[in-house]
Design a protein around this ligand. Sequence first.
Ligand SMILES: [Fe+2]
Length: 268
Amino acid sequence: MIIDLKEKSGLGLRFDTNKPEMSFEKDLPVRMPAIRTIEQMQEVLLDKTISQPKELYYMFRDIYRISDKSILEKYKLRFDVTAIKPACLGKEFMKTAGHYHPESFPELYEVVCGRCFCLMQRPNPGDHLVIQEVIIVEAIAGQKIVIPPGFGHILINPGPDYLITSNWVSSCFASRYELYQKAEGAAYFVTTAENEPQVSPYLKIGLGIRKNLKFRQVANINFMRPVKQIKKFGLIEDIPMYNIINQQPEVLDFLNRPLNYDYRDVFI
Ligand SMILES: [Fe+2]
């Protein structure tokens, strides 16, 4: 199946789910994906014995319209697209490996297609095995997810379709994966519905939740959803956030100067 991402992402991208492969219109540089394999993910899985599927998700980093390159450089920003397979990892829903950012850098995601649980966790600054706050944001295509400073994050695809996200992030740092590896995953594992199934409050998806016992202390999960409009960050539901770079790039300043901004109103 070919998924045309142009309308939802704002860029001339088409994703072929069969190969899988991304095609780029002429005004974009061609990017090969970084592919996350099951071997690379083994340590963060609930069931470490599973070996299928071999490839889990595809990260297309540093995408831009060639005419926008200088604006991205000026504002120190990077735009990425990630395509996450619709499949399960044993009982777990498909997910990304998880990482923190150094120095409180935030991030901005948009769901381009599919459905998303974004599981964020804020650790005690002195002890990464004590998690003070856990949020799962449930989002669908067109919705934006702000990762506030200090939160590690994974994306979960509860299916049944490919989850394709885009993200704006500062170009000034590299993500840190090691704390998720040491803890063998996020604070919780989100699974398909088990013996005592729950239903997610907003998307009404049947699921199971298991605490990751590697953590010493973990806050309860707060389920949230994105707000429709965040004026200060230039975000409007269903309007591709790539366009911000052409219209008002200064509103993305928070991605490089996070502590000048308030993040309490980015979810409801
Ligand atoms: Fe990130």
